[in-house]
Design a protein around this ligand. Sequence first.
Ligand SMILES: Nc1ncnc2c1ncn2[C@@H]1O[C@H](COP(=O)(O)OP(=O)(O)OP(=O)(O)O)[C@@H](O)[C@H]1O
Length: 914
Amino acid sequence: MEKCLLSSDWTLLGVYVRLKVLTFFTVKAVEQGKGRRNTQAVQQPPETDMMAQYRGIKAQYQDALLFFRFGDFYEMFYEDAALASRELDIVLTSRPQAKNSERVPMCGVPYHRLETYVARLIGKGHKVAICEQLEGASKGRGLIQREVIRVVTPGTFFEAERQEGALAALCFEGEQIGMALLQLATGEFLLLEASREELPGVLSRFRPQEILLQEGQRLEALPHYQPFIAEQPAEAFIPEQALTLLADHFGREAIASLVPTARQGLVAAGVLLGYVKETQMGFLPHLQVPKQESRDQFVFLDAQTQRNLELVENIYQGTEEGTLLAVLDRARTSMGRRRLKRWLLHPLRAVTPIQERQDAVAELVLKHSLRTRLQEALAQVLDLERLTSRITSAVANPRDLVALRTSLAPLPLIHDLLSATPIPLLHGLGSQLDVLEDLHAEIQRVLVDEPRVTVKEGGLIRPGVCAELDELHAVGQEGTGWLANYEQQERDRTQIGNLKVGFNKVFGYYIEITKSNLGAVPLDYQRRQTLANAERFITDPLKAFEQQTLLALERAKELEYQRFVELRDQVATQAARLRQTAEVLGTLDGLASLGEVAASQGWVKPEVSEGHHLTITEGRHPVVESLRGEFVPNDLHLGQDPSFLILTGPNAAGKSTYARQAAILVLLAQIGSFVPAETAHIGVVDRIFTRVGAADFLARGLSTFMMEMMETANILRYATSKSLVILDEVGRGTGTSDGQAIAQAVAEMLAQEIKARTLFTTHYHQLAALADRIPSMANARLAVREEQEEVSFLYKVVPGAAPKSYGIYVAKLAGLPPAVVQRASELLAQLEQEESVSPVGNARAEVREVPPPSGWLRREALVARLLELDPLRTTPLEALELLAELRHLAQSSSRSEGWEAAPVMPFSKQSGKG
Ligand SMILES: Nc1ncnc2c1ncn2[C@@H]1O[C@H](COP(=O)(O)OP(=O)(O)OP(=O)(O)O)[C@@H](O)[C@H]1O
């Protein structure tokens, strides 16, 4: 048994006095807190010193909401109070700053709900500075010392579920950007490099909630998420300073080895480390040594591609629903879920590691019982990564240690199961899995089965751990017996049957006598408190008892707290082992999840190799299939010839789905997953690009077409012959001729020069003729069945180009007014009559004149034309030309049905006369 020692040498009496005073003041503080909410109960004038202290501290943290600890509450004052009350939906109240002075707006939250309220403020993009009382309140000591112990920012808040606490720092040097990324929930520290064009894609993969930039630097608005930007002084970016900081924290050697290849990233990492040290102070979790992410290791996915393919976030709501992640996620742990997400955004480029993962997934598909046993064991493991961060940053409470103990229990079984498999990746995971038996045993030995959440109320440590603690608990237990005896003894002595011995925090132990029995109270009872129906007394024996037991109790609580902190610190020293175990479990869970999806959905193992081919039979889009329940499978054959597929077909016939499906199947294959198809042979790709439809780029102040062209330009700049490109209706954002010309020129470059495997959907049917001229191009179309007036989509891809778009039919389906549909059909017929085959090979198509519109639209056109006219600035020749134009308009109008002649005819006549 251990000997637990209290650091201070309080005498018994000293402890007691302090205890009572402390209790008194704690309660007073609470009462003051309540009093502020109930102004009638305020007894003391407010401490102006305290407000001065508040202002002094607040001046140092002007950009954060200051949570100012006051007894059992965190209080906010002035503008912070107004903001917090709005954001947290809590009552805004006020108190006078000094006697008769003006009232100060304030609001408060109970100390034990700190995490919840901070989470809400962080979620709304605020920073919170937590200011603690550094000492207990005691009589005559004046102002309590207070200090900010941590500044929580959007990128550093990691302790709550789903908060990753991801933080990035960027270091610009010309066109190159060094980037460091730190995730406090997992301790992962990455170094990356990117060009300015690549930056949005890199940021979008990691989604840091907060980005550190050198002051004066600007980050171009990111289209789909708004991180919190924290400007840092230029000195922080001085390389020597940044590198020294890193070397002091991680060791000189670890950092020196990274300098040659990742100098800029390291500077960013130094800035980041400085920032987390400054803001987290004593609450900095264990960080892993920075690792450099090699650009060539992963398939590059730009921000649009990540978004267009709806990998981890759907386009319209930004949630996980309807994403590829949602289909794949059968993970049993948070670590596994994070791993799957990471894999989806970082498909592998090299064949060998892909095949290693595939083999592991195949084993887990095949060996159902192995997979289910592993998954059952994994289901008992809580978020070890976050727990490690909580433990190492000292925010962990006793329940966190219990969660850790529970999570470690199934590890030996997982280890045995993995060690028995011959599959290299799984077997390797078994060897790397540190089952941490020593930690499990120690937590089991020290901590009770179900401890309290709070650390200072006792009830944490098992009997037998600490001799002194056991003795103190024994005193407490004896005391309970003594009290019961004493109560009975006093009842007998006074003959008061309902005499009660009780306890409260302010007065300690007392004897309560109801008013009707007050006549029988013995002389040695000393009155302490008067209630409505009773009086409370103390006696000398009760006082002596109280002194003894309260002391024992408080000392026991203090000892338990100390022992708990010791245990937490002891676990924290093993952070690196815990992190490694968490990493292994995350990978295993990710693989098991892929195995389960493949097995339950009947997916197959794709053959991956270095070739240029992409051959899929009976492929399905996993997300559309999961949402629709049924899906028409399709084949795809791309390689050297054809490498470029022009896809035509009606609107809503499935062109985009088919093109995206190709990208998703390639991506699945390259994360090591099985794919929804009969067979798949995939030559690995280095980059996947998708340019799909319109998106909201208002944030960047760019027109949709401008954005479309910028994205297309990027594809043409970065795509290689190993890339996969999905272009959906390029050029549709501008005039028909321009759009078609651009689409053709882009297609020609991709097919003839870049030679990337490409799926190109278009409504410019003229482009289909390109395949006659360019050997690497082929046409495919989405088949439809036409019966009488009705068209049905078959969702089947067949060779050849589509004869027409059926746009009007789709418009009708979509509910366009019959008159408009009718008019559109007339116009289409007319256009088709006039249409001459447009010369493919010549990028400029002819601009056709479209006849005037019908009904009220015709009249509108005439009126609009007249309103444009400025008679004073019109030459006689222009006037004549205009008359002719108006006459032509009027003539064609009068031929059509539904013509309302009245407003236009007089003018027409007039012009006729003229
Ligand atoms: N193979 C398929 N099997 C079943 N349903 C499908 C299939 N392909 C597409 N669909 C369904 O058809 C809808 C429309 O598909 P998609 O958006 O791909 O059409 P599109 O031809 O690209 O249309 P547009 O040219 O108007 O953009 C999809 O949302 C999906 O519900």
